[in-house]
Every structure is written in structure tokens, then in C-alpha cells.
Design a protein around this ligand. Structure first.
Ligand code: ADP
Length: 379
């Protein structure tokens, strides 16, 4: 008798809505284990433990769909929850309005995205340190190195990629896949919530909405083949960031900091957050590191310079480089002209390119501390 294949099982599961009640199971990120052996199929679906009872009909539908596949002699579908990770402080219970419940389900959406080799987060402990500026120039720098690059603007609260890349069109929907087609500038594919909602529209994001919007931006976009997808995270280290860090299958994180001590304390929080969720740190970038005078070319150390470098050394995290504080960066960024492309011969462009080179190198050789497989507990 002909045995059922994995693909046939997945195709059958595509007709079953996942935990959110609409996304087909294979796309929901909830399928955590599928084994097909001698016509017997075992499948685990990761759900929020608090919703386990409500998920039972979905489990039964999945099981029935698999059993209906020709060549399947038996099917066992179980609901699982990832064992809660040791998140410092009281992790909010399931269903908490800030998405903290989802933070316990790190494996839920942390499945790789087909065609995307690496996803890296650019993060900062607080706002205004130039995180988005660095993310944009890092992405364009990586593209200049010949890599296929995308940028996902995950800063739903203050999307800045439309402005930084000078993009404002509404994305098309691909007729075949029904996925959003990212916009393109400077050789980089860009997707941002800013393309989809009107500027200034009062959007109040509640925890679960954040994750669902992020999942869509991540998975409902026709990224195509990418070497690196750069994710611009929202600033800070709250529940939302932690949930995102856990739910996006990250290869590593870049932390942006200014030299001031205060920012470094914030940066340390960012580092601690990624360590908690076992995402390797690709390194720290010191932005607004020193002032480069546009008139005389003189260099002034406005803040205690090299604080980030010292801090990186102390923490054993790679130091990726420093970017000067320069009006040209601000002015061109505001006009949608990333300096790494627009002022290609400038010292700033050199700094960003060097950072891009180091990130690419680390990704190639493997970031320190690869992510262990999540622990699964049966309900
Ligand atoms: P964040 O994403 O951390 O909130 P942004 O990237 O939006 O920060 O930067 C905040 C502001 O600082 C922007 O106006 C940006 O143009 C400016 N900026 C960022 N980096 C530099 C720099 N190295 N020199 C001058 N201005 C900068």
C-alpha cells in the first residue's frame, strides 16, 4: 500500500484553521512537530495552555483531516504548550493584555520563513538613539555587499522605515500567493505597517494585536529569497519586545546605544532581554559616538566616547563599530536618503559599511551561542 507523504499531510492540514480560527494550520506557526512513519502520523500543535479546552475542536479537525489522507493508517494529534521559560520578573499569565501569555509560547511562531536565511533584530534599550537609522543603513550596507536584503519595520508604534527609505506607496498583493509585495529602495525590500495605515491614524495596539500584526508583516509578505531580513524592533525592553523577540525566529540581535552611561544601562537591559530568550548577540553599535564638524572636519567627543566599546568588552559582546553624530545623517535620513548609499564616500558611509561587513561575517561564521531547541510539555 502506498504511504502518505509529509507534503500530503501538510496539504490536508491547510484546510484546517489554526489556533486563531482562520490562519491555516501550516501557516499558523503552531505546528511544532510532525512525524510521518509507516502510514502513522504524529502531530503536535502548540497552543496557549489557558485555551487548551477551546482548542480541542481544532485538534479533532486536524486529526480527522490527516486520517482522511490516502495511505494514512493512524493519526495522533496532541495539543502542547512550550514549557514556560524562566523569564525574569513575573511573566504575565496567559491571556494577559500585553501579549505576555504568548511570550511563554516561544515556539509558536518561531518557525523559519521559507527562503529567508537569517533574521536579525536591531534593538535599543530606549528610543531616540538612532536604532532605526542604524537598521536602515545596516540593511542598505548589507545590500551593497551583494547580499539579498529585506527590512521589516516591527516598530508598530512609530514606524520610521517609510521615511528613511523615502517610500510611501501602498504595497500590492501578489495575485498567486495573496501575499503583500514589499516595496523596494536602495536594493532593499521593505515592509512597514506605515505602508498600510495612514500616517497619523490613531492606532492603539493591544498585546495580541501586536503579535498578529507582526506575524502578518513577517509571514504574509512575499519576501522571496533573502540572505538577511533586518527587523527594526520597537525601542525598549517591555513585554511587547520580549514577545516579539521570542516569536520571531532570530539568528541574532544588534544593540544600538549612544555613549552616555544612561543609554548604556538601557542597552544592558536590551542585552539581558535577548539573553533571556537565547538569541545570540551579534554586537553593539555606538551611535552618535563623536561629533564630526561639517565645517572644519574636526572631531569632538561630545559624550564620554567609547563607552559602548568598553561595555561590549566587559559583557563579552562583539563591538560592531561607531557612527559619528553628524547633521548630514539627520538631514539625509529625514529625506529618505540613507547615507551609506547617498553619501557613499563619506566617513559615515564607511562606518555603516564596516558594521554591515562585521554583521555579515558573524552571520556566516555562526553567531556565538546558537539557540537550543525549545522544551515541549504535553497538556
Ligand atoms: P530611534 O529609532 O532609536 O528612535 P532614530 O533612528 O529615529 O532613533 O533617530 C532619532 C533621530 O536622530 C532622527 O532624527 C535621526 O535622523 C537622528 N540621528 C540618528 N543617528 C544620527 C547620527 N549618527 N547623527 C545625526 N543624527 C542622527
Amino acid at each position: 500500500m502506498r504511504m502518505a507523504s509529509r507534503d500530503e499531510v501538510m496539504a490536508a492540514l491547510a484546510k484546517v484553521a489554526g489556533p486563531d480560527g482562520k490562519t491555516p494550520l501550516p501557516d499558523s506557526g503552531a505546528v511544532s512537530g510532525l512525524t510521518v512513519r509507516d502510514g502513522k502520523v504524529f502531530l503536535a500543535i502548540v497552543v496557549n495552555p489557558a485555551e487548551a479546552k477551546a482548542m480541542e475542536p481544532m485538534r479533532a479537525r486536524a486529526e480527522a483531516a490527516i486520517k482522511a489522507v490516502p495511505g494514512v493508517t493512524g493519526a495522533v494529534v496532541t495539543l502542547t504548550a512550550e514549557a514556560a521559560r524562566a523569564v525574569s520578573g513575573a511573566a504575565p499569565g496567559p491571556g494577559h493584555a500585553h501579549g505576555g501569555g504568548q511570550a511563554q509560547r516561544g515556539g509558536r511562531a518561531a518557525q523559519p520563513i521559507a527562503g529567508v536565511k537569517h533574521i536579525i533584530a536591531v534593538a535599543s534599550g530606549k528610543g531616540g538613539v538612532g536604532k532605526s537609522t542604524v537598521a536602515c543603513n545596516l540593511a542598505v550596507g548589507l545590500a551593497k555587499l551583494g547580499l539579498k536584503i529585506g527590512v521589516l519595520d516591527a516598530d508598530l508604534f512609530g514606524p520610521s522605515m517609510p521615511k528613511l527609505f523615502g517610500l510611501s506607496a501602498k504595497p500590492d498583493v501578489a495575485p498567486d500567493s495573496q501575499k503583500l509585495v514589499p516595496l523596494e529602495a536602495y536594493g532593499v525590500k521593505v515592509m512597514s505597517i506605515g505602508f498600510l495605515i495612514d500616517e497619523g491614524a490613531p492606532v492603539v495596539w493591544r498585546g495580541p494585536m501586536v503579535m498578529s500584526a507582526l506575524t502578518q508583516l513577517l509571514r504574509e509578505v512575499a519576501w522571496g529569497d533573502l540572505d538577511v531580513l533586518v527587523v527594526d524592533m520597537p525601542p525598549g525592553t517591555g513585554d511587547t519586545q520580549l514577545t516579539m523577540a521570542q516569536n520571531v525566529p532570530l539568528s541574532g540581535a544588534v544593540i544600538v546605544s549612544t555613549p552616555q552611561d544612561l543609554a548604556l544601562i538601557d542597552a544592558r537591559r536590551g542585552i539581558a532581554m535577548f539573553k533571556q530568550v537565547q538569541v545570540p548577540l551579534l554586537g553593539i553599535v555606538e551611535n552618535m559616538s563623536y561629533f564630526l564638524c561639517p565645517h572644519c572636519g574636526g572631531r569632538t567627543e561630545v559624550f564620554s566616547h567609547a563607552g559602548a566599546q568598553r561595555e561590549a568588552e566587559k559583557l563579552g559582546v562583539p563591538f560592531l563599530g561607531e557612527v559619528p553624530l553628524d547633521i548630514a545623517i539627520r538631514v539625509n535620513s529625514d529625506e529618505g536618503r540613507p547615507v551609506v548609499a547617498y553619501l557613499a564616500d563619506s566617513a559615515h558611509a564607511g562606518a555603516f559599511l564596516e558594521i554591515a561587513r562585521r554583521v555579515a561575517e558573524t552571520l556566516e561564521t555562526g553567531a556565538p551561542g546558537a539557540k537550543p531547541a525549545p522544551r515541549i510539555r504535553f497538556l
